[in-house]
Design a protein around this ligand. Structure first.
Ligand SMILES: CC[C@@H](C(=O)O)C(=O)SCCNC(=O)CCNC(=O)[C@H](O)C(C)(C)COP(=O)(O)OP(=O)(O)OC[C@H]1O[C@@H](n2cnc3c(N)ncnc32)[C@H](O)[C@@H]1OP(=O)(O)O
Ligand SMILES: [Co+2]
Length: 138
């Protein structure tokens, strides 16, 4: 298994609309998606489009959100995860398990914000970096 394209960089923020305004006003990155809630994933999400990748802005939905504790520790927000595309998410998951990495949650891929299956690898396996693997969009 070899990771492919960097699909997005996840950035947790306390206020997505304020963050969108910053990327547009300060950096000229003014192409962003509508903000959308994913209650079953515990996050509110918007993507800022870049030439070669995307920034995934994440705001917590509720205290059980996977970004809630992160924002308590980093109240102004911060870089949360990297997401790489893989050609086959089940093969990637099996490769991670075979190499002894910890696949978070149930270990089963689930549908993420792009409508394709994703898994997350614990930060302890990647020098403190939370990694998302995502099935390449068709
Ligand atoms: C929109 C859907 C999807 C997409 O399609 O793109 C997304 O991106 S959703 C993004 C949010 N979802 C997830 O992050 C799911 C996977 N995450 C988790 O399972 C958990 O957040 C976690 C990574 C296991 C952390 O759990 P949590 O209970 O929040 O952590 P603790 O506070 O107990 O911390 C444990 C340990 O982990 C370190 N940590 C936590 N978050 C991160 C992070 N983002 N990057 C690096 N390290 C992180 C934390 O510092 C603790 O370390 P130690 O103190 O050394 O134990
Ligand atoms: Co993500």
């Amino acid at each position: 298994m070899k990771i492919g394209r960097l699909n997005h960089v996840g950035v947790a923020v306390p206020d997505i609309e304020a963050a969108k305004a910053t990327y547009a006003g300060l950096y000229g990155a003014d192409e962003a998606t509508q903000t959308k809630d994913f209650p079953h994933l515990g996050v509110r999400v918007a993507f800022v489009h870049l030439a070669n990748s995307e920034i995934e802005l994440l705001e917590p939905l509720g205290d059980d959100s996977p970004v809630h504790k992160f924002l308590e520790r980093n109240p102004r927000g911060g870089q949360h995860h990297l997401c790489f595309e893989v050609p086959d998410i089940v093969a990637a998951r099996d490769a991670m398990v075979a190499k002894g990495a910890t696949v978070l949650g149930t270990g089963e891929p689930y549908i993420g914000a792009h409508g394709v299956p994703v898994i997350f690898i614990h930060p302890k396996n990647s020098h403190g970096q939370l990694i998302e693997l995502m099935q390449e969009p068709a």
